[in-house]
Design a protein around this ligand. Structure first.
Ligand SMILES: [Mg+2]
Length: 225
């Protein structure tokens, strides 16, 4: 029985017309004077901190903690600014799926498992009124590798419940092969949604427990069983 549901953000709960990627590019331009830092970089399923390190290294720069601080302070300002004008929205089925989970007799906890830094996640989800739906989260501030972020999420969930949560008590929901992989890394069940950049068939190749077009297709009782 699933006791904890861990949600990815971009491509799973919301789309922002690539506000995060645009903000990344603007912050690299402003802080490091890289004119086209994000060109050709794949963001899907990656972590903000891992991506920042990769881009800096690609420009011959080994980042220091101070570099990360300066970059992400600038990024968050741009993110807030860009989100206000690009539109975006919550995917079909997300609201009803969460309401359906909440209505179950043994309501599971809701957490975030995301490659966003915490404050970026808060800005994005806050923009759509979703931030307060989650009891806790694990973020790119916790680790640059998504599989490790999943381990942090499992530990935080276990701490909250005051007992060790086993993998099959956790459901990871995400839109990329890397989400599927990180769920597997902690032995969780994985529900892959094709609302991001990958199709149901592409996601199926990575063997999630379920691959669906959107959360509108999944009854909560099925997801928790
Ligand atoms: Mg995603």
């Amino acid at each position: 029985m699933v006791r904890l549901v861990l949600f990815d953000i971009d491509g799973t709960l919301i789309h922002t017309n690539a506000a995060g990627i645009t903000a990344f590019g603007e912050a690299f331009r402003e802080v490091f004077h890289y004119p086209a830092a994000v060109r050709g970089v794949s963001f899907a399923g990656r972590t903000d901190t891992g991506l920042a390190r990769q881009i800096l290294r690609a420009h011959g720069h080994e980042p220091t903690p101070a570099d990360f601080d300066r970059f992400f302070a600038c990024y968050l300002g741009w993110l807030q600014h860009i989100l206000g004008r690009v539109g975006g929205g919550i995917f079909e089925g997300v609201g009803p799926f969460m309401a359906d989970l909440r209505a179950q007799p043994e309501r599971p906890s809701f957490g975030l498992l995301t490659g966003n830094i915490r404050r970026g996640a808060e800005i994005k989800l806050g923009h759509f009124g979703l931030w307060n739906d989650f009891e806790f989260g694990a973020f790119a501030d916790d680790h640059e590798n998504r599989n490790e972020i999943a381990r942090v999420a499992q530990k935080r969930g276990s701490d909250r419940m005051k007992r060790e949560l086993s993998g099959d008590e956790i459901l990871v929901i995400g839109d990329t092969p890397l989400d599927i992989e990180c769920g597997r890394a902690i032995g969780a069940r994985v529900l892959a949604v094709a609302t991001g950049h990958f199709t149901v068939d592409q996601l199926r190749e990575h063997k999630p427990d379920w691959a669906v077009k959107s959360l509108a297709e999944v009854p909560a009782t099925e997801a928790l069983r």
